[in-house]
Write a protein that binds this ligand. Structure first.
Ligand code: ADP
Ligand code: MG
Length: 324
């Protein structure tokens, strides 16, 4: 059976171009572009919690990196390098090869260099766990934080919301969709597209930003709390795909407002910057939709209203791993 070192050499070692030293020594050595700050984040995917244990390994390779790239996108940072740590129940080489294919395909798309990681075997019956640490760069003081929203800002989101949650419901057998919509929603769940280009284009425009991973309701509340403001969202203008528009309104809203795994960007910008925001979306090749506005701090961090101003009567919450 292949050793840890064989697996690393065979599947995870590629010549370093940008890094001074990549995989193979005790540490990687990286240069940082003068005038830039390092943006660093880590995200872990655990079998049974974040994906089905029998998930397609190539898609999993994509998603493991994608969710991390999404965090860079959310700060307006440019991807540079990644570390990959794997806790594997078995050294299934076909599985690892497919995982590496998915991982490197997305890495190459975004110019990410894999510079290190860790590879361990779990005790028998252990849980497959995939962890990426991502590093990016952003010019000093230009990172877009959660805490910059101001009363009067517009609230925007990229692309459409809730597709991944509907895809999950389909895989769980809770919802039936027609074939092409089924495929679309599962694709959105398993192959998220990190909005790197949009994040970069919004530097100097967006006041605050995050990526939506646990549902708009919970994630927008993070912006509101961090910024000391409240948010008001018009649920009738939420961008919904044809798949979402084809299901019952209640289910569509649950998916769009409280479903996980969207990996779209939610950001705020001054109302005077609408043209600039739209130009950023066009340049990045992704639609952007204005869904509400930031208001002075109120009793609740986020209010959802319909087109005629009635408050939405739905109990919503983002996904919380430790929630009741
Ligand atoms: P150490 O014992 O110093 O932690 P390891 O034997 O764990 O070193 O790893 C050897 C080299 O391979 C290191 O450079 C490490 O960063 C790299 N590495 C280990 N696992 C991975 C992986 N899954 N992907 C990329 N690089 C890896
Ligand atoms: Mg090690």
């Amino acid at each position: 059976m292949a050793s840890e070192f064989d697996l690393i050499a065979r599947y995870f070692t590629r010549p370093a171009h940008r890094a001074r030293l990549g995989v193979g020594d005790d540490c990687a050595l990286l240069d940082v572009t003068p005038g830039c700050e390092l943006a660093i984040s880590t995200d872990m995917l655990v079998a049974g919690t974040h994906f089905f244990p029998d998930a397609d390994p190539q898609r999993l390779g994509h998603k493991t990196l994608a969710v991390n790239l999404s965090d860079l996108a959310a700060m307006g940072a440019k991807p540079a390098s990644a570390l990959l740590s794997l806790a594997l129940p078995a050294a299934d080489e076909a599985w690892i090869a497919a995982f590496a294919r998915g991982f490197f395909a997305l890495a190459d798309e975004h110019g990410v260099e894999l510079v290190g990681g860790d590879t361990t075997r779990t005790p028998s019956g252990g849980t497959l766990t995939l962890t990426v640490t991502i590093l990016g760069e952003v010019p000093a003081s230009q990172a877009i934080r959660r805490s910059g929203a101001k009363a009067g800002d517009d609230i925007w989101v990229s692309n459409t919301l809730g597709d991944a949650a509907l895809g999950l419901a389909v895989l769980q057998g809770k919802v039936n969709l027609e074939q092409s919509e089924r495929y679309y929603c599962i694709q959105r769940l398993e192959m998220p597209a990190p909005r790197i280009a949009l994040g970069l284009a919004l530097r100097g425009i967006a006041h605050s930003m995050l990526d939506i991973s646990d549902g708009l309701a919970g994630d927008l509340a993070h912006i509101a709390r961090a910024s000391g403001v409240s948010a008001q969202v018009d649920v009738d203008v939420l961008p919904l795909s044809p798949a979402l528009r084809g299901v019952a309104r209640e289910l569509a809203l649950q998916c769009a407002l409280a479903g996980g795994d969207d990996y779209e960007l939610c950001f705020t910008a001054a109302a005077e910057r609408r043209t600039a925001v739209e130009a950023a979306g066009t340049a990045a090749g992704v639609s952007v939709t204005r869904i509400g506005s930031i208001v002075p701090a109120a009793a609740v961090p986020v209010r959802f209203v319909d087109g005629v101003g009635h408050e939405l009567a739905l109990r919503l919450g983002g996904y919380d791993h430790f929630g009741a």
